[in-house]
Ligand binder design. Structure first.
Ligand code: HEC
Ligand code: HEC
Ligand code: HEC
Length: 446
């Protein structure tokens, strides 16, 4: 949705609330009341980044890179359509406009919407809005967020389109039962046996970051199967909108077992870490949210993730295995007969290299890449069909494209090449079938 005065709105927002200043917000504690407010607003802006409010509440196309092309959609004006198993849900306008947005929300209305999923006036929200995670936001942070949305965001008077799901999903009152059964309540409680850094990471991941909304598998009622590490399924991998968000526990195959705290923090900051490159729906998480977090917060998140014991293991990597050494040799001599090897050499090796090592800061390595070894191959198929692009970040490497192979490879060829990359250079994971590929293509209509 295009609205007039948009670039003005952006200029307003970025002039008033420099995100970089947010981390220094507590510095001016002795300042006047008015600048203390400015500090609270700036802290709210930082927290809104950590929670990625803009990612869901801004319609496409939007500016992902500050200083990039002009804004086409107003930040926070809503109208982004989100696919759910029940139909498309549109995000609300959360600018402070009194009619189209949340300008008439009191602090209590705001906290109730974020924590309990009940909008002003009593309308139950669909859990596409991650209120089960936001229920853990502290009062302090909630106040800062409210200040930001009331005083730091430019009002936009264009209403977001209405969500119209088919019966019975249009009966919002019935979400009450869902909320009673599935949604946790109560603010985050620090673990006394853990230090402040671990608790900061746990808080960011479980509340504002709502990482589990994508990385935790969902149950039959679309509920996340756990909201903290006390549940076995928490962050073991989930599929949303045909992207599989991988296992973030310490599983050495498809999880974070072989990534260090520094690797994970770098991945979240630049979309590049330890030879892995962000793709799929994680690209926007890095662009809109994690790239803006300060080093302490990124490290805390990584420390927390690294503390999760290995669960839901799948896939293996052993660079020294006999099979690995054999393929390395035969790839060198060009003497490979495995189906998929020829396709790889023709279409993929120029970027990912014959040895699967990729090119640092440009193209991801496929050898030992947890995303390549994942239990679900949905993301791999989707990436081949649609292509992709690494994130645009302020400080990270330049964005690079991965081409689409939709017109170049048949479903069977895609299955061959994916099976090949999952079982070469020491990788070992279940093969991909032609059926796996065609199922994803049918679901994507591509
Ligand atoms: C993962 C996507 C997502 C994220 C992240 C998200 N929201 Fe939402 N939000 C939604 C959707 C979708 C709706 C509309 C749900 C509905 O219509 O039932 C919504 C609704 C709301 C509403 C209700 C407004 C109304 O009156 O209709 C408020 C307030 C809100 N969000 C605030 C926020 C804030 C503040 C943040 C960041 C702290 C945030 N949201 C982050 C998806 C998201
Ligand atoms: C909108 C869905 C979504 C959200 C929200 C999300 N992720 Fe992801 N994430 C993905 C997808 C999809 C991938 C796989 C693609 C890739 O590796 O970049 C991924 C990959 C990752 C990886 C790399 C894993 C690996 O082994 O390669 C890390 C680390 C990660 N996410 C951390 C996080 C953290 C921390 C948060 C919360 C702050 C988060 N993610 C929130 C979708 C999401
Ligand atoms: C022109 C260079 C290029 C070619 C050719 C190419 N890729 Fe990629 N590939 C990339 C880039 C760039 C990314 C990161 C994409 C993103 O961030 O969305 C990527 C990502 C991937 C990933 C996800 C791993 C990760 O950590 O991001 C897989 C798997 C992959 N490519 C497989 C293939 C296969 C299989 C082929 C051949 C059929 C291929 N690629 C051809 C550039 C290329």
């Amino acid at each position: 949705m295009v609205s007039a005065g948009l670039s003005l709105a952006l200029a307003f927002a970025s002039a008033r609330i420099p995100v970089a200043a947010a981390s220094a917000s507590s510095a001016g504690a002795s300042a006047q009341a008015s600048s203390a407010d400015a500090a609270t607003i700036a802290r709210g802006a930082y927290l809104a980044k950590a929670a990625d409010c803009a990612g869901c509440h801004t319609a496409a196309p939007r500016v992902t890179q500050p200083g990039g092309s002009p804004a086409l959609s107003a930040p926070f004006a809503g109208g982004l359509g989100m696919a759910s198993p029940f139909g498309t849900i549109y995000s609300s306008n959360i600018t402070p406009d009194p009619h189209a947005g949340i300008g008439r929300y009191s602090y209590d209305d705001f906290a109730r919407a974020l924590r309990q999923g009940i909008a002003r006036g009593g309308k139950r929200l669909y859990p596409a809005m991650p209120y089960p995670s936001f229920s853990k936001i502290t009062d302090d942070d909630m106040h800062a967020l409210y200040s930001y949305f009331m005083y730091g965001v430019q009002p936009v008077s264009t209403p977001a389109p209405e969500t119209r799901l088919p019966f019975p999903f249009n009966q919002r009152w019935a979400l009450m039962f869902w909320d009673w059964t599935f949604a946790p309540s109560g603010a985050f409680k620090p673990e006394t046996g853990r230090d402040a850094q671990w608790n900061r990471g746990a808080y960011l991941v479980q509340s504002l970051g709502h990482c589990g909304a994508c990385h935790t598998p969902r149950g039959p009622a679309y509920e996340e199967r756990g909201y903290s590490e006390s549940r076995d399924a928490y962050l073991t991998g989930g599929t949303n909108d045909h992207w599989f968000a991988p296992n973030l526990t310490a599983d050495p195959g498809s999880g974070l077992g072989r990534s260090s705290v520094e690797d994970i923090a770098a991945f979240l900051r630049h979309g590049h870490g330890n030879g892995l490159v962000t793709f799929g729906s994680m690209v926007q998480v890095v662009e809109d949210s994690t790239q803006y977090l300060n080093d302490d917060d990124l490290t805390a998140i990584a420390v927390y993730l690294k503390s999760l014991p290995p669960r839901a293991s799948s896939g293996h990597f052993n660079a020294q295995s006999r099979a690995a050494l054999q393929t390395a040799q035969s790839l060198k001599t060009g003497d490979v007969e495995r189906p998929g090897a020829g396709i790889y050499a023709t279409y993929c090796a120029r970027c990912h290299q014959m040895d699967g090592a990729g090119v640092p800061q440009k193209f991801p390595r496929l050898a030992g890449n947890p995303a390549v070894l994942s239990a679900s191959t949905t993301s791999l198929v989707r990436l081949l069909v649609e292509g992709g692009g690494s994130p645009h970040t302020e400080q990270g490497p330049e964005s690079r494209k991965m081409p689409s192979f939709a017109g170049k490879l048949t479903d069977a060829e895609m299955a061959y090449v994916l099976t090949f990359i999952r079982n070469t250079w020491g990788n070992a994971a279940e093969p991909v079938t032609t059926r796996d590929v065609s199922d994803v293509r049918v679901a994507l209509h591509k």
